[in-house]
Design a binder for this molecule. Structure first.
Ligand code: ZN
Length: 192
């Protein structure tokens, strides 16, 4: 395997990052390797996680979005039927499908840098390589790798104010009483 260029925004995860992610998610984030991307305010936005959690559970989504405002925006887009539209486009548009397959391979190669879980060896995230099943996972890869790697993640981020090219802080936008996590579909058990 040829080695990849380092993730462009990766930084170590501090104890305060772990605490912020606990507040963002309402639970402890497990298997934390590093912070792959931060919000404009410095809070973790995408966490890089090990493909196998401490208790042995495989966790294929190794670039995991934690930022509440962006999670909520993506959940809203998912609710519009965008994922079905994008999946249809992948079936008919090779200009989109080819780089999307490459993003899948990139996801697996990136994850292999930090470990292996043979149960999910060929499973990336978000529905790749041929479907769109979770915008959070695809956007997570786009934010972590930078633009030009995941064409679907890039397109989706371009639809959200403040998400691209820079990740502008909108942490104050959060609606009280909204639990963005309840809409997530990229938990480790899913997508096989
Ligand atoms: Zn912020």
């Amino acid at each position: 395997m040829t080695s990849l260029a380092p993730l462009p925004h990766e930084t170590p995860a501090s104890p305060s990052d772990l605490e912020i992610m606990r507040l963002q998610l309402g639970r402890d984030m497990r298997g934390v390797v590093s912070i792959a991307r931060r919000c404009g305010c410095g809070r973790p936005a995408v966490v890089r996680t090990a493909p196998r959690l401490e208790d042995g559970t495989p966790f294929p989504t190794s670039l995991y979005l934690t930022l509440p405002w962006l999670t909520l925006e993506l959940s809203r887009l998912e609710a519009t039927g965008l994922m079905a539209e994008l999946t249809e486009r992948l079936e008919s548009d090779e200009q989109l499908a080819a780089p999307y397959r490459a993003a899948h391979e990139r996801y697996l190669a990136r994850r292999a840098e930090i470990g292996e879980a043979e149960e999910v060896a060929h499973v990336s995230a978000g529905g790749m390589p041929t479907r769109v099943k979770c915008l959070h996972a695809l956007a997570g890869q786009s934010l972590a790798e930078g633009p030009g790697i995941n064409p679907v993640g890039d397109q989706v981020l371009a639809m959200i104010d403040g998400a691209a090219p820079e990740l502008v802080c909108r942490c104050q936008d959060e609606e009280p009483g909204t639990d963005p996590d309840e809409h997530r579909t990229d938990e480790g058990e899913e997508g096989r």
